[in-house]
Design a protein around this ligand. Structure first.
Ligand SMILES: CC(C)(COP(=O)(O)OP(=O)(O)OC[C@H]1O[C@@H](n2cnc3c(N)ncnc32)[C@H](O)[C@@H]1OP(=O)(O)O)[C@@H](O)C(=O)NCCC(=O)NCCS
Length: 157
């Protein structure tokens, strides 16, 4: 069985949050994602809200029983967005691609929107493999969460 074939999703539990915080704090992951890590306070506030929101579908990504990352579908500005994050030591094994494929079976509403920096080639490929199409490319201004970067807004319709 390949690593990707062993991927399963389960609901995020409060005891996943410390590991998720560590993943989202990893400098190399933030460089790739072109993001600025959240502070502990911002992270805790975001996830407390997300886990209480019935419109948010947030899943831990497991390989067998091992925690490998997280993936979620959440409402932003009235649109359904997806996002994902894989532990650096587990990159390049097909885990994000499989996790997104599994999430798309559970979350059936469409369209789904996904935004990725155009430099994040692995994420662009994951989205392409799952059927997302680039709808527009624009320069996203710097914010608390993102450095200025060119981003591709994808949709799965
Ligand atoms: C982006 C990320 C989720 C990818 O996770 P992953 O489990 O390694 O992805 P997969 O192994 O499923 O697929 C990666 C695909 O990108 C390809 N890829 C990886 N690096 C690449 C590169 N530098 N150039 C081109 N393609 C690349 C892989 O070959 C693979 O495609 P393939 O299946 O056709 O061979 C992971 O790097 C990550 O968590 N990064 C930090 C957070 C992040 O960027 N989140 C997404 C924000 S939009």
């Amino acid at each position: 069985m390949t690593v990707a074939e062993r991927v399963v999703l389960r609901a995020i539990r409060p005891d996943d949050l410390p590991r998720m915080f560590d993943l989202q704090s990893d400098p190399e992951s933030n460089r790739v994602a072109v993001t600025i890590p959240r502070t502990r306070e911002a992270f805790d506030a975001l996830w407390a809200k997300a886990l209480a929101d019935p419109d948010c579908c947030a899943k831990a990504i497991l390989v067998g029983v091992e925690f490998a990352g997280f993936i979620s579908c959440f409402v932003m500005d009235g649109e359904d967005h997806v996002g994902y994050w894989i532990a650096r030591e587990s990159w390049g094994k097909g885990i994000a691609s499989r996790a997104l494929q599994l999430l798309l079976r559970e979350v059936t509403r469409r369209p789904l929107i996904a935004t990725a920096a155009t430099s994040n080639l692995a994420s662009l490929r994951v989205l392409q493999k799952c059927g997302f199409i680039v709808e527009r490319v624009h320069l996203s201004p710097a914010s608390e969460r993102y450095p200025e970067s060119e981003v591709a807004v994808h949709a799965l319709r």
